[in-house]
Write a protein that binds this ligand. Structure first.
Ligand code: 4AD
Ligand code: MG
Length: 448
């Protein structure tokens, strides 16, 4: 197989056609769709950067070109040469007057490409995820995901943060052992896949001041919801001398930057995906901040007014319907702070004004997408942290190094984690996180 073309026309991509209007160019890609109407063929080509419709009148091309295209199977790979013509009715703004075509690999007739334009069930699509990725909507989601990841890292890179990568193989749990993937680690030892880099970047933050980590994290929790993956990507900043208010400012600036970048370069993709762009445009400026108590009062009122079915019990975490109701009251992400310490992680600093509350924050995305960020100020007292580790029945030995951070120059510090897939689901308006990552790992799927 060779990618050499039969003509000397310059190679172009569909995304760059505006620079080639009126010229003859060669595209390298695949046959996405084909319509025939008598002596006219309308193939749609895709090349990874977009799709373009070709026009092939029988009289305008050689018999061979016409017959080759007319009988070509979907997703066959090819190079096609033609003249770029502006057409305001075309989704990409251009059409291609096809001159010649060279087929690289023809998909056999008896094993046609399994994904067609008709509706397929989700299980079928996930089973064929390696091919589903080729469809325009899935490709658009992955492009937006890439920008979200780049913008997220860029925000910290350009604001004085040092990227420090924590280990993926860890000797103990960050937030309890029930959600850990365990594996053998030589000579009868056990290791666990990380569920958060936080504890390690607390150490690097006390070395470098402002740090972040960005990598895959793992949760073995048996949750089968539209928000849970067993493997997901988390970006986590951690900052020395930062307290809860500063942490909320950081989260606000961070999310605003990501949305700005997505709107800058993905309006066309968001349209293909079907996201209401106006909803993203509303996400600028300051985000509402509610304490747990205020959020509870809001739910209480809503329940009394018959706006939500189940009452929220004071002291309990918010359920998914609670979060959906709260976020539906605002058009921006909502920050809920100072949850009861009782159901939050052991390392969270108690609120000095009410030690039953933790100095923590969850950011809920608009439109019912739920929690996208979780973070807190960390306990900085050695004695308090030690007693919390004991109360939570965590192995003190394993946390000795973590306690050291409170022994040698302890300072107030804070950080948060944002799951990339939750952010992609919200920003793209997707029903389920399985479409937010190339190959989702969930409770009941690890293929392909
Ligand atoms: O709220 P979580 O569990 O917080 C932590 O792990 C902290 N140690 C982070 C920190 O303070 N540095 O997780 C943080 C975020 C959630 O808000 C959510 O976006 C995402 O990680 N997340 C998941 N995403 C997909 N699937 C799952 N099972 C997720 N669990 C958490
Ligand atoms: Mg959380």
């Amino acid at each position: 197989m060779s990618t050499e073309t039969t003509t000397s026309a310059p190679i172009a991509t569909i995304a760059s056609l505006s620079a080639h209007e009126g010229q003859t160019i060669t595209l390298r890609g695949w046959l996405y769709n084909l319509r025939a109407s008598g002596k006219l063929l309308f193939p749609i080509f895709r090349d990874g950067t977009g799709t373009i419709q070709g026009i092939v009148p029988k009289a305008a091309v050689s018999e061979e070109v016409f017959e080759t295209l007319k009988n070509l199977t979907l997703e066959s790979s090819l190079t096609v040469t033609g003249k770029v013509r502006a057409d305001s009715r075309a989704p990409s703004g251009y059409e291609l007057d096809v001159e010649s075509i060279a087929v690289l690999q023809r998909v056999p007739e008896d094993t046609p490409f399994p994904i067609t334009l008709k509706e397929h069930g989700v299980d079928f699509l996930m089973e064929h995820r390696h091919l589903w990725l080729r469809t325009p909507r899935q490709s658009a989601i992955l492009r937006v995901r890439a920008t979200i990841m780049r913008a997220a890292a860029e925000y910290f890179d350009t604001n004085g943060f040092i990227r420090t990568d924590p280990p993926i193989l860890t000797p103990n749990a960050c937030e309890g052992t029930s959600e850990l993937f365990e594996m053998d680690y030589f000579d009868d030892d056990k290791a666990y896949l990380t569920q958060s880099g936080q504890l390690y970047i607390e150490a690097t933050a006390l070395a470098l001041g402002k740090v972040y980590s960005f990598g895959p994290t793992f949760r073995a929790e048996k949750s089968k919801t539209r928000r849970h993956l067993t493997e997901f990507w988390m970006i986590e900043p951690e900052v020395a001398f930062l307290e809860l208010d500063g942490l909320m400012n950081l989260a606000e600036g961070f999310i605003t930057h990501i949305i700005t970048r997505v709107l800058e370069s993905h309006r066309a993709d968001l349209k293909v995906i079907g996201k209401d762009i106006a909803k993203l445009e509303a996400v600028v400026g300051t985000f509402p901040r509610l304490s747990y108590d205020e959020a509870h009062a809001m739910l209480d009122e809503a329940h009394k007014a018959g706006k939500i079915e189940a009452p929220h019990k004071y002291g309990d975490d918010f359920g998914s319907p609670d979060e959906t109701y709260i976020s539906s009251q605002f058009d921006k992400p909502v920050m809920i702070h100072r949850y009861p310490a009782a159901f939050k992680a052991f390392y969270m600093q108690p609120d000095p004004l009410d030690p039953s509350k933790a100095l923590c924050v969850d950011v809920l995305a608009p439109e019912g997408y739920g929690e996208i960020i979780g973070g807190s100020q960390r306990i900085d007292s050695y004695d308090l942290l030690k007693s919390r580790i004991e109360e939570h029945h965590l192995p003190l030995d394993a946390f000795q190094w973590y306690l050291d951070l409170r022994k040698y120059g302890s300072v107030p510090h804070a950080g948060f984690g944002m799951g990339i897939e939750r952010a992609v689901a919200w920003i793209c308006g997707l029903d389920h996180v399985r479409e937010t990552i190339p190959f989702a790992r969930t409770l009941n799927r690890i293929y392909p």
